[in-house]
Structure formats: C-alpha cells, structure tokens
Write a protein that binds this ligand. Structure first.
Ligand code: MN
Length: 245
C-alpha cells in the first residue's frame, strides 16, 4: 500500500476569538502535488512539537503576520505589523527542530521569514518605508493569481533547476522581507528592485523558502506547481529514509 508523504502546515492564530485558521489554497497545492496535508495546532510544549514532527514527512510554514523584531535582535518600529506571540514561539521552535532532523521544509511568505529568523537572519520590518519601495509593487490587491513582479533565480541555482526557468512571474502580498539571509541560507532569487524572494539552506536542498505565494499560482503556473512537486518529492525521500522495516 502506497502511503503519501504527510505535510504539516502551520496555521494562523487569532487570540481574541481563539481561532486557528488557514487558507485552503495551501491544502489544495499540497494535495495536488501528491502530499497529504495535516493542519498543525500551536503549542509551546517541546515534547508535543517532537511528537507532531514524528508524524510528519515535511513542514510547510504558511503566510501570516509579522514576527516580533526582538527575535532577530531589533527594536520594534511603528511600521511593524501586529504580532502573534503564540505563533512566533511555535513556528520558530518547530522549524529549529525540523532543521535538526533534516526534515524537508517549505516556507512561504511569513514562512520564508520564519526560516530566516530561525537560521540567524534578519528582516526589514516594512520595505515600503525602509527601502522606499512603492507599496503596490509587493502588496497587491486581489486577485492573487495575477503576477505583479518577476523573480530572477540565481544562474545554475536550485530554483532555476526546480522551475526550469531563470525568470518567474510571481504574485506579491508582503510588506516585510529578508534583510540578512545569514550564513546558513543561500539567496536563490531576487526581484528587479532587490528583494530576496527565494532561498535554500546551504547544507540541505530540501529546505526552501519563497516570499511570493506559489499556492495561489499552482493551478495554472507550471513554475509554481514544480516547486510543490519538488517539495513533495523531497518529503517522499525523507519518508523512505525514516522507514526502517
Ligand atoms: Mn514581492
């Protein structure tokens, strides 16, 4: 019996109404690529996080709000958006644990930022005010499957290999971005205005992140669906490595 790789997806948390939530575009992109999505609860308990990871073959860090700047060594500026402490704590903990296990990780939007902070990097708290970029360039209005900028992938790099293109038209729904990728992440793609939009781990090509939203493009963009196919193939390999008959 063939099992499908199980992909844990981190969710949003709204403390006021005690609601855990996730856009179903993530779920469908994982299922269409052959994975089995599992929505993750939030916990600050280390043992619970370990037990969750025991069930998974891959970790998808989804989009969402901002990370507390103190977690990357900065004071919070007025331009920083709302913070969810529970989500910061859970995602940074489970990401560090997944990295230790060498589990495949795919960070999207906030997820690439979580990946960067977990690996010692830092963020721009607001690219519009800190870099003087026009807001509409990276924070588009719906529909979100409409490309608004182009990401240029590193020549001969991992993302060029995955997507089979040097230039990928992408959507954009973020006001923060990676400032310093740190020594553990390779920069794999940037926009024409210099924003880091794709990374991979220096020591593990199963750990990737993007600032754009391929889950909203995957139904018609081969480039976007190839990224999900790649992630699921890495999760499949990881599952086989873990399985000891
Ligand atoms: Mn962008």
């Amino acid at each position: 019996m063939k099992k499908r790789p199980i992909i844990g997806i981190s969710c949003n948390y709204t403390k006021d109404t005690r609601q855990i939530s996730l856009k179903d575009t993530y779920v469908h992109a994982i299922m269409n690529a052959g994975g089995l999505p599992l929505l993750l609860p939030l916990t600050a308990d280390e043992q619970t996080a370990d037990l969750l990871l025991d069930q998974l073959d891959g970790l998808l860090l989804s989009g969402g709000g901002d990370i507390l700047p103190a977690r990357y060594g900065e004071e919070t500026l007025p331009v920083c958006g709302p913070i969810c402490e529970e989500r910061d704590v859970f995602e940074l903990m489970i990401t560090k644990k997944a990295l230790e296990r060498r589990m495949p990780i795919f960070g999207i939007c906030r997820g690439i930022q979580v990946l960067a902070v977990a690996m010692g990097g830092s963020l721009f708290q607001d690219i519009e005010s800190q870099l003087g970029l026009p807001k509409e360039k990276h924070k588009q209005e719906p529909p979100y499957d409409d490309p608004v900028h182009t990401v240029r992938f590193k020549e001969g790099g991992l993302f060029e290999r995955i997507t089979q293109t040097p230039l990928m038209p992408t959507n954009s729904m973020h006001h923060q971005a990676i400032k310093e990728a740190g020594s553990r992440l390779k920069i794999e793609g940037i926009t024409m205005d210099g924003i880091i939009e794709a990374v991979s781990a220096v020591d593990n090509d199963a750990v990737i992140g993007v600032e754009f939203h391929p889950e909203c493009l995957a139904h018609y963009s081969d480039f976007a669906s190839r990224i999900f196919d790649y992630f699921i193939s890495k999760a499949e390999s990881y599952r086989k490595e873990q399985y000891h008959p």
